[in-house]
Design a protein around this ligand. Structure first.
Ligand code: ADP
Ligand code: UVW
Ligand code: MG
Length: 401
């Protein structure tokens, strides 16, 4: 079975085509700047060089058509015909309280995703465009949806409720949902396998640190608490998102700077985090490079960023009455040895001891980077959200057939 995985954003569409016989990736790529004057299409067929092209792609249906053209192109394609695609799986950021697990796309499921537009105005409408674009181009092909929030639906009320009037939860479903669930679930499971222990026996903290970043306390194999909240803005400091701050800053800033709601929202989501403090970049590679050159703003951004990760790990160790496993994943977590070292250097009080050589090694494999005597096992586990989406889609479509 061949499955196309799609992660549709408001102005981008990322894809991976899997052959589920051996879970190999046949091709992957992305369409960026949808709706702008020049869109960039990057296509990577397995074993062949990447191809890039620039054209005008005004909406998602055209983007999906372009992806199909690339996949079936005589030179850079990997399929003889689009009829070879058996199913499509979509990443959906917000599943609210409705979706505890992945689902096949039906008219009812689409309606539910639409009902969640308010809770994820940046993400869910884009995902819906992706679903509809596939419907238009690959008529009749089954589609599945896999939710970032689903894994966190096990959180107890004491973790997910905010201490604000209950009526807001009842009326508007204002609560913590948490995100990156597909990734947290995958890396927790993988870490347990690497350690040779049942996941249910572990007190694990998973740190997904990419452009968006979140920490999750995984207790008895389930999400017990997580740092992102009603939206992916809460929690850790991120590339361009502030993470935690005093909520009083919002009205105060609006008043002092004469900002509208949408402007303050944009400030916190797009112009804060590493970008704001360093004044340089939201990309951790550029931050750490600048630090080496003695850039004090980049250093401050890094110090704040790592300090906040460490605080969450400490908080979750307390929340679970202990921690025996710490996992780093995603772009920064997998690749930045200096970030892992800095975060862990303040956690020796837990009996955590990093092995500097193992930490410095580069590898695409899941691996332990703590010493044999460390009371907390520290691991780097490369995440693979697309593979989980492909697997869930495969399961759902096979069960239906
Ligand atoms: N070698 C590296 N060292 C430090 N940071 C890295 C490295 N490679 C990638 N990154 C960071 O990973 C981030 C992207 O992470 P990723 O998980 O791909 O994010 P997203 O899926 O949210 O776009 C980049 O912004 C960059 O800061
Ligand atoms: C939910 C979220 O923050 O996603 P991303 O890390 O892809 O931005
Ligand atoms: Mg990501």
């Amino acid at each position: 079975m061949k499955i196309l995985v799609i992660n549709a954003g408001s102005s981008s569409l990322k894809y991976q085509l899997y052959n589920m016989t051996d879970e190999s990736v046949l091709a992957s790529g992305r369409v960026e700047r949808i709706g702008m004057d020049s869109s960039i299409v990057t296509h990577e067929p397995a074993g062949k060089p990447e191809v890039r092209s620039v054209s005008e792609i005004l909406e998602h249906t055209t983007a999906v058509r372009r992806v199909m053209d690339m996949l079936t192109d005589p030179e850079v394609g990997v399929l003889a015909s689009i009829n070879e695609i058996d199913a499509v799986g979509h990443r959906i950021v917000h599943g609210g309280e409705t979706f505890r697990e992945s689902a096949l796309v039906t008219p009812e499921v689409k309606l539910e995703i639409r009902n969640l537009f308010d809770l994820a105005p940046l993400h869910n409408p884009a995902h819906m465009m992706g679903i509809q674009a596939v419907e238009a181009v690959l008529t009749g092909v089954p589609q599945a949806v896999v939710f970032d929030t689903a894994f966190h639906q096990t959180m107890p009320q004491s973790s997910y409720l905010y201490p604000i009037p209950m009526v807001l939860y009842k009326r508007h479903k204002i609560r913590r949902y948490g995100f990156h669930g597909t990734s947290h679930a995958y890396v927790s499971d993988k870490a347990a396998k690497v350690l040779g222990k049942p996941l249910e026996s572990l007190k694990l903290v998973s740190c997904h640190i990419g452009n968006g970043a979140s920490c999750t306390a995984v207790l008895e194999g389930k999400s017990y608490d997580t740092s992102m909240g009603m939206t992916p803005l809460e929690g850790l400091m991120m590339g361009t998102r502030s993470g935690d701050l005093d909520p009083a800053i919002v009205p105060y800033t609006m008043n002092k700077e004469d900002l509208t709601l949408s402007e303050v929202n944009s400030m916190l989501n797009k112009h804060s985090g590493l970008m704001a403090i360093s004044g340089l970049s939201s990309d951790m590679r550029e931050i750490t490079d600048a630090m080496k050159e003695g850039d004090s703003h980049a250093q401050l951004a890094f110090d704040m960023y790592t300090y906040r990760v460490r605080k969450y790990i400490g908080a979750y160790a307390a929340a679970m009455n202990g921690i025996d496993t710490l996992v780093f994943t995603a772009g920064v977590g997998e690749n930045s040895a200096v970030l892992r070292e800095t975060v862990c250097s303040g956690l020796t009080f837990l009996g955590l001891e990093l092995d500097p050589e193992l930490n410095a090694q580069r590898s695409k494999e899941a691996r332990i980077i703590s010493t044999p005597d460390s009371r907390v096992s520290v691991l780097v586990v490369p995440t693979n959200e697309e593979l989980i989406i492909a697997r869930d889609t495969f399961k759902l479509v096979s069960a239906e057939a």
